[in-house]
Design a protein. Structure first.
Length: 256
């Protein structure tokens, strides 16, 4: 690993910063401080860091010397380390939820960590405004995947099933699929899982936003070779045209 800067001391050291940061964040947090005697310690304590960006790069490239784990009463965990190249900054990243099967993370974008100033009040604001919302979204997707494991597609050469979208009387759109890649696209484009109807629902309060989301989802599904059928139980005020899958893929997608 390259040589990092000397670690700060006194009231600016990591343990003090992490402790005060935990007090500035909403809710109750506990703090565990880890000093790294060896490189293996750094990697062991960072094993669950949910990041593929600058925090992961710093862990892989520099000896950080120490880290702290902040654990919220609801189970949320944060990884905190001093920035290896900038004395006035620290790194904060979410840690992956415990006891989740590896397949539950498939297709879920990591809630990459952030660089924060070594000022606990401002750092807490950055964590609450930036990192925690991304973590909540990723966590919801992991939990959804865990509760809805993908169904096997019959036949080795079978096509991915069709996504059926149906207008509802309130103007919302309900999409039905049991294929994981299609479900991931729907969630990414703003559809929300509705257990009561076992479908992914897109609200119709903003018809222009709804049209954009449906067309974007249709385009992404088409690139995956997944056909899309749009059923008009209730005619919307905005006409939607769904893109066709690539050549050679059958589809019943149509605009109404």
């Amino acid at each position: 690993m390259p040589t990092a800067r000397p670690l700060p001391t006194d009231d600016r050291d990591l343990e003090s910063f992490a402790t005060v940061l935990s007090e500035e964040l909403p809710g109750r947090w506990t703090v565990e401080y880890h000093h790294h005697e060896h490189d293996e310690d750094q990697l062991r304590y960072a094993e669950d860091v949910w990041d593929l960006d600058q925090v992961a790069a710093a862990i892989a490239e520099f000896p950080l010397g120490a880290d702290a784990h902040l654990t919220h009463e609801n189970g949320t965990r944060l990884y905190v380390a001093l920035h290896p190249r900038h004395e006035e900054e620290a790194l904060v990243a979410a840690m992956a939820p415990l006891n989740a099967a590896p397949e539950a993370f498939a297709g879920v974008r990591e809630p990459d960590g952030i660089v924060v100033p070594l000022d606990p009040e401002h750092a807490a604001h950055a964590v609450v405004a930036g990192l925690l919302p991304r973590y909540d979204i990723a966590l919801a997707q992991v939990r959804h995947n865990a509760m809805n494991p993908p169904q096997p597609v019959p036949g080795a050469d079978a096509r991915l099933e069709q996504v059926v979208m149906t207008w509802r009387k309130d103007g919302s759109l309900a999409a039905v699929t049991t294929v994981r890649p299609a479900a991931e696209v729907l969630l990414a484009e703003g559809f929300v899982w509705e257990a009561a109807s076992t479908s992914y629902v897109l609200g119709g309060d903003d018809t222009q936003a709804q049209a954009h989301a449906v067309q974007a989802a249709g385009a992404r599904l088409a690139r995956l070779g997944i056909s899309t059928a749009l059923r008009t139980a209730h005619r919307p005020t905005t006409d939607l045209a769904l893109p066709a899958p690539p050549s050679g893929t059958s589809t019943s997608a149509r605009a109404r």
